[in-house]
Design a protein around this ligand. Structure first.
Ligand code: GTP
Ligand code: MG
Length: 201
């Protein structure tokens, strides 16, 4: 299994306060509690690199990590967390949207979706917003260890049916589990291929 050398760069309140752009960046985003921090820890093979919690709303800043000195991984706060105040939620949204819209080194956004549920309105809204801003994204299905193979297949099929109501084509998708490490190699290969293409240009 590929070893990654990961360095924490810092936590930032806005895109404007992030360090100057140097390396290609890959952002991880999704509903609060969907498993973003767990997925990042799984990809990096580190237990507590990104903080995992049963309480939604754990990640509240833009966290940047440098991987193998040649790309950066971004852990963003979750969206749609009902238990924070309206004001706080608007602040998170501005932080997320500001980063995704303005960060010129952003290559791809990984949108995490819990494979156990139907497509939530907030996920659909967020995906449509990415489309309206022409922000490149892929989908990552999380927590698949909690389901049987046929349930995963059925749920993903339903989610894709829903997506095809608004989208002509489906984005690339990864089926993952932070517990079993399913999908790790596929995601890392995907990132590494983009980095290679960028290096060739
Ligand atoms: P916020 O930072 O609050 O937005 O949450 P998050 O999206 O970073 O989620 P986090 O990684 O903190 O995980 C939330 C909960 O889901 C934790 O209790 C994790 O242990 C659990 N979890 C995450 N991924 C998986 C997975 O693949 N399998 C299982 N079984 N549990 C998972
Ligand atoms: Mg988190």
């Amino acid at each position: 299994m590929e070893h990654l050398d990961v360095q924490f760069v810092g936590s930032y309140v806005s895109e404007g306060s992030c360090p100057a752009v140097t390396l290609p960046e890959y952002a991880f985003i999704g509903r609060s509690n969907v498993g973003k921090s767990s997925l990042i820890n799984m990809l990096c093979q580190r237990k507590n690199l990104a903080r995992v919690s049963n309480t939604p709303g754990k990640t509240q800043l833009i966290n940047i990590f440098t991987v193998n000195t040649d790309w950066q991984l971004i852990d963003l706060p979750g969206y749609g967390f009902a238990k924070v105040s309206k004001k706080q939620r608007a602040k998170f949204e501005l932080m997320i949207e500001g980063y995704l819209k303005n960060r010129t080194s952003l290559q791809c956004t990984f949108v995490l979706i819990d494979a156990r549920h139907t497509l939530q309105a907030i996920d659909k809204e967020f995906i449509n917003w990415l489309g309206s801003q022409s922000i490149a994204f892929v989908i990552v299905f999380t927590k698949t260890d909690k389901l049987k193979a046929h349930e995963i297949e059925k749920n993903i099929e339903n989610i894709n049916k829903e997506l095809l109501q608004t989208w002509a084509e489906l984005p690339q998708q990864f089926v993952t589990s932070s517990k079993t490490k399913l999908g790790r190699d596929n995601i890392l290969d995907f990132i590494s291929n983009i980095n290679k293409m960028l290096g060739e240009n």
